[in-house]
Design a protein around this ligand. Structure first.
Ligand SMILES: Cc1cc2nc3c(=O)[nH]c(=O)nc-3n(C[C@H](O)[C@H](O)[C@H](O)COP(=O)(O)OP(=O)(O)OC[C@H]3O[C@@H](n4cnc5c(N)ncnc54)[C@H](O)[C@@H]3O)c2cc1C
Length: 262
């Protein structure tokens, strides 16, 4: 798989909920190669001392328009730098990165269930979109979790795509009061395949629930990745095979049965 270094043109950059923005760039070659679960390494910090790129999942990639988007939470030097970009500015991207991405379950009639929280939601929106383009429209449910209603991401967009959206909020301000696992427990069945991305505690709980039910579950790990290209070993994770692997190259997507959670 080719990895590109791109000086992309920003075409849009807007807030979607508080402190969360979507940046859209023109990057046709990247749009052609990107698959759900891939990420890009972004260099956008305005701090002169900052040389490290930061990883961001690909949220949308359209080979027809050449547009690629990332949904990001503004929290530190890189994401503040990204937030300052305006249409017409340039942004420095390396990607697509990731050696193992989401693999749609090929069983006919399978019920695809996404479980996402925080900035784990964007790669699963991309996956839902790709699955929805199949000739026979699949059944897709998207369990999206957040602390409160104002922090839920991508609900309207998913509903417009024909996805069955099942929100859960910890304070009960929208959807089921509780956690994503409270919704998942109602849905798990033999014909389900689960795809999960979000905070480690959430993925660990979702993975354990799926393993106990004998349901396949793919998790996309968001381990800190200093280089993102397999050199620094900063993102190694333990596996149940007894070997340590790099989340950036052997992941970021893993079978939940393989992950030893810290
Ligand atoms: C494969 C992958 C995909 C990602 N996709 C997205 C995405 O789509 N959207 C998005 O907003 N972010 C995503 N992230 C996380 C993003 O790369 C980090 O939050 C990044 O550090 C932000 O850079 P910054 O310079 O703005 O802030 P920083 O100064 O780097 O971080 C600000 C705060 O976040 C903490 N932090 C940094 N990285 C992580 C991490 N991986 N896990 C938990 N805490 C962390 C830091 O300790 C610090 O407290 C992804 C990470 C990975 C590994």
């Amino acid at each position: 798989m080719s990895v590109l270094h791109i000086d992309a043109q920003v075409v849009d950059n807007r807030e979607v909920i508080k402190d969360h923005r979507v940046i859209t760039c023109l990057a046709p070659d990247l749009a052609e190669l990107a698959r759900p679960g891939h990420f890009v390494n972004v260099l956008a910090s305005e701090a002169a001392s900052s040389i490290l790129r930061k990883p961001f999942s690909i949220y949308h990639a359209d080979p027809h328009t050449g547009l690629v988007a990332m949904l990001y939470q503004v929290k530190g030097p890189t994401t503040v730098g990204m937030a300052h970009k305006r249409a017409g500015d340039r942004i420095d991207l390396v990607g697509p990165l990731g050696g193992n991405v989401f693999e749609p379950d090929p069983r006919p009639g399978v019920h695809h269930v996404m479980v996402g929280g925080g900035y784990g939601v964007p790669p699963l929106v991309f996956l839902s979109k790709v699955l929805g383009q199949a000739a026979q429209t699949p059944q897709i449910t998207f369990i999206v979790g957040a602390r409160s209603k104002d922090r839920l991401l991508c609900q309207d967009e998913l509903a417009e795509m024909g996805v069955n959206v099942r929100p859960s909020t910890e304070d009960g301000s929208h959807g089921v009061k509780g956690r994503v696992t409270d919704v998942l427990s109602e849905i798990l069945a033999d014909d389900v395949a689960v795809y999960c991305c979000g905070p480690d505690a959430m993925m660990r709980a979702v993975g354990a629930m799926c393993i106990a039910s004998g349901v396949d579950c793919q998790v996309s790990l968001e381990a800190p990745m200093p280089c993102g290209i397999g050199v620094c070993m900063g993102c190694v994770v333990d596996t149940t095979d007894g070997i340590r692997v790099r989340a950036c190259c052997e992941g970021p997507v893993f079978d939940a049965r393989k992950v030893v959670w810290k």
